[in-house]
Design a binder for this molecule. Structure first.
Ligand SMILES: CC(C)(COP(=O)(O)OP(=O)(O)OC[C@H]1O[C@@H](n2cnc3c(N)ncnc32)[C@H](O)[C@@H]1OP(=O)(O)O)[C@@H](O)C(=O)NCCC(=O)NCCS
Length: 166
């Protein structure tokens, strides 16, 4: 059996997801925007999951988790803001600090690309990354994403926009 698998987020993931997010809160906040403090409760996470799954039901979002062979959540990856009319979506991912450096983000992003293509028929994916996030930029480059020149990026500031044409 493979030690890790990527699977869809489930309504029953509240406890495992809360443990994952609390364990890695400082780590994530050092790389990406902080969540609302109200998120870090069982109710907060349950509502978050419900919201993601309703967006999945209407074809706007496709949420995944990366699970270890003992059932622990060690990462998350999402196709976000799926725009069927323009065949585009945004990607996002985060990996447990203790599980980094083993190719999990690369595994997850490849999965997102495959789902984007096969299930949603998308032709373009975008990612927004802080300039200092070397690990994430490496993952994107490895999966074929190209850095868009800053002047043409929609988001200003320190974030960089990467694009993949599928
Ligand atoms: C960025 C992140 C997703 C990478 O996850 P990961 O599972 O470690 O990624 P991978 O193992 O697939 O690849 C990461 C690569 O970057 C390299 N890397 C990571 N940090 C690095 C650094 N500071 N300097 C140089 N290389 C670095 C790793 O060595 C690895 O390359 P290698 O396989 O050639 O050794 C993870 O660090 C994370 O969750 N960070 C916090 C949240 C976040 O930044 N999400 C992305 C928002 S855009």
């Amino acid at each position: 059996m493979k030690p890790f698998r990527v699977r869809e987020l489930s309504i029953t993931d509240s406890e495992a997801l809360l443990a994952f997010e609390i364990q890695n809160r400082e780590w994530f906040e050092s790389h990406i925007d902080a969540r609302d403090p109200a998120f870090y409760t069982l109710t907060g996470v349950a509502e978050h999951i419900e919201c993601y799954l309703s967006d999945f039901a209407i074809g706007a979002w496709h949420p995944f988790v990366i699970e270890s062979d003992n059932g622990e959540i060690v990462g998350r990856a999402n196709l976000k803001s799926i725009d069927s009319a323009n065949s585009t979506a945004e990607v996002g991912y985060r990996i447990d600090q203790r599980a980094c450096g083993q190719g999990l983000a690369t595994l997850a992003l490849k999965h997102l690309i495959q789902e984007a293509q096969m299930r949603w028929g998308l032709t373009q994916l975008v990612a927004y990354v802080y300039e200092a996030n070397i690990g994430s930029k490496k993952v994107l480059g490895r999966c074929g994403f190209l850095l868009e020149p800053p002047a043409t990026s929609a988001k200003a500031g320190d974030e960089r926009r990467f694009v993949l044409s599928i």
